[in-house]
Design a protein around this ligand. Structure first.
Ligand code: PLP
Length: 472
């Protein structure tokens, strides 16, 4: 019998309610086919690091700058780093951070190595791994590089931008003057000449490229040229597609670490400009945040190590080719792909052409609800032509998670059939609610059951992360 105050014992004993919820959620993730492009299942090793003892500590501040140009082996040279910490450890506000320093320096260096280009080697990149998520990372870039009231340009939320790119309900749109750009209504593609004209007219201090639901990689060189012409910073928000592109083109790059990167929830900011690096570092801490989540940085270091492997490269390639095949297969089944196609991990289906006998078009929300009933999880999304975020006509579909589970051509073809069967069996109608007419849809019971059986068979054919705690 001890007389300490440590709550020993497993979750199952200490809180069976939450333990049960976790079991149910784990089962849901195993049994459903999850197509939300911003979701993926993180390797168990990353989760192990995430819950480890680094969670317990505070480490406000940053590791020594010198570690930015050290190799991973030098950073991990305890014989050199620990005495150095004793001599110089005054960059952090807390003591007890000798290992936190090493883990953060390691995560920064691994990110720099992954994003290095022939022009900008790892030594020339400045990395901040402390942002707690994508939105705070973007806020920190804004407060580091702009003054409240400054003009910037970002993609219209309704056509593919993110809330942090200038939505009037978010800080980006409230504190700064956001000028949106969008797609050409006919081609549904970015029109760089039009973006240039908007930039010439408004002279923004910063332009964001990189999107939440526009399914193509931007033409970075075109954006660079526009920014140079008007004297704006180019900010790349590659939250979704981290891993491809840029390096030397954008002034500053931000991305979340939990989407295609398959890491813990967090974000990274990278720049090759030392003047921007110091502003961004100060804007993240102490400007935007307090203590960094050291456990997240440890988990991130693991994810970045995995991201340097051939298995990861193949996963990304397969993810992109799966998305493009899914778009082709859905189009072959007669569904309209918004924006025409995809060259990334996500695509959007325009639900409007599916109409009921009273002319009601299928709404994105109802389509997503029906698919969820059938066991296929995606989200409603606005597409070009929509005028309000809550009245979206599309669904957004992404292939990161299913590709992690081993989906290749044949599974994608089966999946396309199940999605098309569900959407095409649905019969939209208008329901007169208390305040207004609401879109709804019916689906034939047997058709739904058949899709459910198809989902169960498909799900059983591919891998599940048994390390993550399979249900019995
Ligand atoms: N930027 C883009 C382009 C995104 O798609 C997202 C997330 O959906 C974010 C920023 C914000 O990331 P978080 O949800 O982690 O704050």
């Amino acid at each position: 019998m001890t007389d300490d105050f440590l709550f020993r014992g497993p979750l199952e004993e200490l809180d069976p309610d939450v333990a049960e919820l976790i079991r149910l959620e784990t089962a849901r993730q195993e049994q459903r086919i999850i197509l939300i492009p911003s979701e993926s299942t993180i390797p168990f090793a990353v989760r192990e690091a995430l819950t480890a003892s680094f969670h317990n500590i505070y480490a406000e501040g940053y590791p020594l700058d010198e570690t930015r140009t050290m190799t991973q082996a030098e950073i991990l040279d305890y014989g050199a780093r620990l005495p150095e910490y004793r001599r110089l450890a005054d960059k952090r506000y807390y003591k007890g951070t000798e290992y936190a320093d090493i883990v953060e320096a390691l995560a920064r260096r691994r990110a720099a190595e992954l994003f290095a280009t022939p022009r900008y080697s790892a030594e020339k990149l400045f990395v901040n791994v402390q942002p707690l998520s994508g939105a705070p990372a973007n806020s920190a870039i804004f407060s580091g590089l702009l003054t409240v009231g400054d003009t910037f340009m970002g993609m219209d939320l309704l056509q593919g931008g993110h809330l942090t790119h200038g939505s009037p309900v978010a800080r980006s749109g409230k504190q700064y003057k956001a000028i949106p750009y969008g797609v050409d209504p006919v081609t549904e593609r970015l029109d760089y000449e039009q973006i240039r004209q908007i930039a010439l007219e408004h002279r923004p201090r910063l332009i964001i490229a990189g999107y939440t639901s526009y399914p193509y990689a931007p033409d970075w060189n075109a954006f660079r040229a526009i920014c140079d012409e008007v004297g704006a910073y180019l900010m790349a928000d590659v939250a979704h597609v981290a891993g491809l592109i840029i390096g030397g083109v954008a002034d500053v790059v931000s991305f979340t670490t939990h989407k295609t990167l398959g890491g813990p929830r967090g974000a990274i900011i990278i720049t090759h400009r030392s003047d921007i690096a110091s502003k961004v570092d100060r804007a993240v801490f102490p400007g935007e945040q307090g203590g960094p989540h050291v456990n997240t940085m440890a988990a991130l270091a693991v994810a970045l190590r995995l991201a340097a492997t051939e298995q990861f490269r193949e996963l990304q390639q397969q993810t992109v080719s799966n998305a493009s095949r899914l778009a082709d297969q859905l189009a072959a089944r007669g569904l309209r792909i918004a924006y025409g196609a995809t060259d990334t991990h996500l695509l959007l289906v325009d639900c409007r052409p599916i109409t009921g006998p009273d002319g009601t078009p299928l709404s994105g929300d109802i389509a997503a609800r029906l698919l969820d009933l059938a066991g296929i999880v995606c989200n409603r999304n606005t597409i070009p032509g929509d005028t309000a975020a809550l009245r979206s006509s599309g669904i957004r579909i992404g292939t990161p998670w299913v590709t992690q589970r081993g989906f290749r051509e044949s599974e994608i073809d089966t999946l396309a059939g199940l999605i098309a069967d569900t959407l095409q069996a649905s019969v939209p109608f208008s329901y007169t609610g208390r305040k207004r007419s609401e879109p709804r849809a019916k689906i034939d019971f047997e058709a739904l059951q058949q899709v459910k059986r198809g989902v169960a068979e498909l799900s059983a054919r591919v891998g599940i992360d048994t390390d993550a705690g399979a249900v019995d």
